[in-house]
Design a protein around this ligand. Structure first.
Ligand SMILES: C[S@@+](CC[C@H](N)C(=O)[O-])C[C@H]1O[C@@H](n2cnc3c(N)ncnc32)[C@H](O)[C@@H]1O
Length: 298
């Protein structure tokens, strides 16, 4: 399997290329005129311009800033009702919708957004080989970034769907880093820690307490050190690290009250006390909500 493969939805063009993110223009609606971008639309002004105050009487934007935009669309944690109105509007009107998926798997972000998308939306799915070798996946991001740049230069908005929030451990970040000069608009999504906490009615932080989002992939020693300093944490990417996480929290007497949230807000949701979970590994879409040692002592 190549680093990346395009998957068209049923009925879409049969043409596929692996290792690239080649974009097909046949299904695209007429190009939106550049002047259709509202001057008040932050993405239309470019990242740096948007942050800087715009002086009264500032010169008109250059033709380059009248191009399309890179849109980072947060789709939320799983429940399509948790997609924001803005995410739906910008995705429906984009010139191209890009979904990312691990090889052989459906795109979770695409599935979350599916009920909101009209049929025939111009879109591609890019399959990424998430094996241990980062080279292939990096090359795929490089190619996709080139293709997105070309689309944006043609005046199209390119909406990249990202589950949860795009800027919280989101794949969108890898594209944002490769395209620092493009006009961008990012629609925040409800993150998985927020979703799990809401489903479990589990307060994340109050007053001057510290809450952290910690990937279990950082290794148990770093996790131990970070957890010792915060009052509460969401431990994401638990997967095969579950036994180590459970042992660490058990050692500190926290396993009894910690929660394992699997597929929060989806039909497959299961939220159980960590101590009661029998599995040796946790599904990919699961996280642990726990107090930290700071919280245990406080
Ligand atoms: C690459 S991170 C993406 C995080 C995402 N951008 C967010 O804002 O939540 C993937 C991890 O998020 C967590 N995750 C995502 N969706 C989840 C859900 N619905 N329920 C539980 N955990 C979830 C899992 O720990 C998973 O391994």
């Amino acid at each position: 399997m190549g680093a990346a493969a395009l998957r068209w939805p049923a009925g879409g063009p049969g043409r596929q290329r692996r290792g690239t993110a080649r974009l097909d223009r046949r299904r695209r609606p007429p190009r939106r005129p550049a002047h259709a971008l509202s001057p008040r639309d932050p993405g239309a002004l470019g990242r740096k311009d948007h942050l800087a105050p715009q002086p009264a009487g500032a010169p008109a934007r250059s033709p380059q800033t009248l191009s399309g935009r890179l849109l980072g669309i947060g789709t939320g944690p799983g429940d399509p009702e948790l997609v924001t109105l803005k995410a739906v509007r910008l995705t429906r009107t984009a010139g191209l919708v890009v979904s990312l998926a691990a090889s052989g798997r459906p795109s979770r972000a695409r599935r979350i957004m599916a009920p909101h998308l009209p049929t025939g939306v111009p879109e591609i799915t890019v399959e990424l080989d998430m094996g241990p070798d980062r080279t292939a996946v990096d090359r795929a991001y490089d190619q996709l970034a080139l293709d997105i740049r070309a689309e944006v230069a043609r005046g199209h908005d390119v909406a990249v769907l990202c589950e949860g929030d795009p800027l919280l451990f989101g794949t969108f970040i890898y594209l944002l880093q490769r395209l620092p000069d493009l006009p961008v608009e990012i629609v925040p999504g409800i993150s998985s820690p927020h979703a799990a906490a809401a489903r479990a009615a589990w307060p994340l932080a109050t007053g001057d307490r510290a809450f952290a989002v910690l990937p279990a992939t950082m290794g148990i020693d770093r996790l131990r050190e970070r957890l010792a300093r915060v009052d509460a944490a969401a431990i994401i990417k638990v997967g095969s690290h579950l036994p180590a996480v459970r042992a660490l929290l058990g050692e500190w007497g926290l396993a009894g009250e910690a929660l394992l949230a699997v597929q929060a807000t989806t039909e497959a949701e299961a939220i159980t006390p960590l101590g009661a979970y029998a599995g040796e590994t946790a599904p990919y879409f699961s996280l642990v909500l726990t107090r930290g040692l700071g919280g245990a002592r406080g």
